[in-house]
Design a protein around this ligand. Structure first.
Ligand code: SPQ
Length: 482
């Protein structure tokens, strides 16, 4: 029930505190060290409070990359200091770009489109597919040679999807082991524009081609089966590039210069999904997630929550900037199953593991299809989700391109393997709070890839107070929820 009564925001109703993690008596530093080998979680009574999730990973990567090849300074506020984005910073520093990281602001001193220097050693992209694929598009047209690699997972992820179109543009890019995976050897060459029709809706493929197209002779365009996230298009335009998006096709004109700018990175909707899920499936819960990016090419989660009957409200919507934001207010809900397929899939691809877990707590059946891309992420996210959900007692089937989840069966604690995939670890940390007994997550420290403070923040919400009133600002005026 929503009431409009003037109660100051700082008057909080204190709830009982519950400490649910075995390790809660340890300092955060020691907890982080132990996490790789030891993370046990137990059922929680609720999650309550306010949270600000870290900056968007996709936008953080792009702001460093584009800032490096732009002229002048790019100041990045709310940059995500996760391992993936730090890998991107590391790569550009090795190519002579001065990048400062002080007091939460990353400053990139760009050297222009032809200012990168040949790195003395192999570039290490760590665990980051975004770094590997986008940087390849920037490196293919340079006048130096370079080798790119990454961790065990990156060396298994498919790179043919970028090798093929970049080669069509004239690039000399090869998989060193001949298996279409990293390490990649790129010998810089002049490129020519092409029109490419991609078999997959992938922002990484699209961005790699568009970045190469910035340097190419003539127009470059790409058509995807569905529209993937458009952060590259929005940010390149903001930095002065000429692009046009029509339906599922994006065209880029060659550029002579980009210009650095200030970037305010919105909170990552892919990091918010864990708190959305926790707030919806745990009893007596209410979570306000502040300043989340709701770019329509990323916000499929909101539509699915609606279809599942979730109590999710968007507050303080801000559409002033190219990347719109809102606060997400979620409350305990009776969820129902739904079908997730087609064009919506690229807009929630990274949220699907968590949505699949949420579906276990919904009445009825949830069908996820057209999501075969999940198999080639940091892990095979279909197989791993099915394996781990089953270990916790869920009724779930693996399909060629998704999952079928029969909800309503209570979950119990189990040992679940994250396979060093950050999204799997975070999904099962939330599942653990809603399951009976104890859940142990193997290689739980992989959350550092995108959300280093995840476990502490999840724990805080279990101990947190219920915000008595939440101020909001919407198109209809001011108000607050009680
Ligand atoms: O960077 P990486 O490792 O590929 O990260 C993931 C993730 O879950 O964090 C995928 F594993 O996100 C991708 C996302 O799935 C980030 C991304 C981007 O920034 O352009 C786009 C998506 O991948 P794709 O292949 O659909 O373009």
């Amino acid at each position: 029930m929503r009431q409009h009564i003037p109660i100051p925001h700082d008057r909080l109703l204190y709830a009982d505190c519950y400490v649910k993690m075995h390790t809660s008596f340890l300092s955060d530093r020691i907890k982080r060290k132990l996490r790789g080998i030891y993370m046990k979680l137990h059922k929680a009574d609720h999650v309550r409070g306010e949270i600000t999730v870290p900056g968007d990973k996709s936008i953080s990567h792009r702001s460093v990359m584009f800032g490096s090849i732009a002229k002048g300074t790019t100041e990045i506020h709310n940059f995500l200091e996760g391992a993936d984005c730090l890998s991107t910073i590391g790569c550009f520093r090795r190519m002579g770009i001065d990048i400062e990281n002080k007091n939460g602001v990353v400053t990139v001193h760009g050297k222009g489109m032809h200012g990168l220097a040949a790195p003395a050693e192999t570039l290490d992209c760590g665990n980051s597919g975004t770094t590997t694929r986008l940087i390849s598009g920037i490196l293919a047209p340079q006048n130096f040679d370079v080798t790119l690699t990454g961790d065990e997972s990156i060396q298994k992820r498919p790179m043919k999807r970028i090798i093929e179109p970049l080669s069509m543009m004239g690039a000399d890019i090869k998989s060193v082991r001949g298996n279409d995976c990293a390490p990649l050897r790129i010998c810089g060459k002049p490129l020519a524009g092409i029109h490419y029709t991609s078999k997959v809706a992938s922002a990484q493929v699209k961005s790699s081609i568009l970045l190469a197209g910035l340097y190419a002779d003539g127009l470059t365009s790409i058509t995807e089966p569905q529209v993937s996230r458009n952060h590259t298009e929005l940010m390149l335009k903001f930095f002065g590039a000429e692009l046009e998006s029509k339906g599922t096709t994006v065209t880029i004109w060659p550029a002579t210069e980009l210009f650095g700018n200030r970037i305010d990175v919105p909170g990552d909707i892919s990091s918010s999904v864990y708190f959305v899920a926790a707030g919806l499936i745990l009893p007596n819960s209410e979570v306000l997630i502040k300043n989340v990016g709701i770019n329509p090419t990323r916000a499929g989660l909101i539509k699915v929550c609606e279809a599942m009957g979730a109590d999710l409200t968007l507050l303080n919507e801000d559409h002033e900037n190219a990347e719109p934001t809102a606060d997400l207010l979620v409350r305990t809900s009776s969820l129902r199953g739904c079908v997730i397929e087609g064009d919506i899939i690229p807009t929630l691809i990274d949220e699907l593991p968590t949505i699949a877990m949420m579906a276990c707590f919904a009445e009825g059946t949830t069908v996820i299809r057209d999501a075969a891309e999940l198999k080639v992420k940091e892990s095979n996210r279909i197989a791993i989700m099915v394996e781990n959900l089953r270990a916790m007692g869920a009724d779930v089937e693996e399909t060629e391109d998704g999952m079928i989840i029969h909800g309503g069966k209570p979950l119990h604690g189990a040992v679940v393997d994250s396979h060093k995939d950050h999204r799997i670890a975070m999904t099962f940390a939330v599942a653990a709070l809603a399951a009976d007994g104890e859940t142990e997550i193997i290689d739980a420290d992989c959350v550092d890839i995108s959300y280093p403070a995840f476990y502490e923040e999840l724990e805080n919400l279990q101990n947190s107070k219920r915000p008595e009133s939440i101020w909001y600002f919407s198109r209809d005026g001011f108000g607050f929820f009680l």
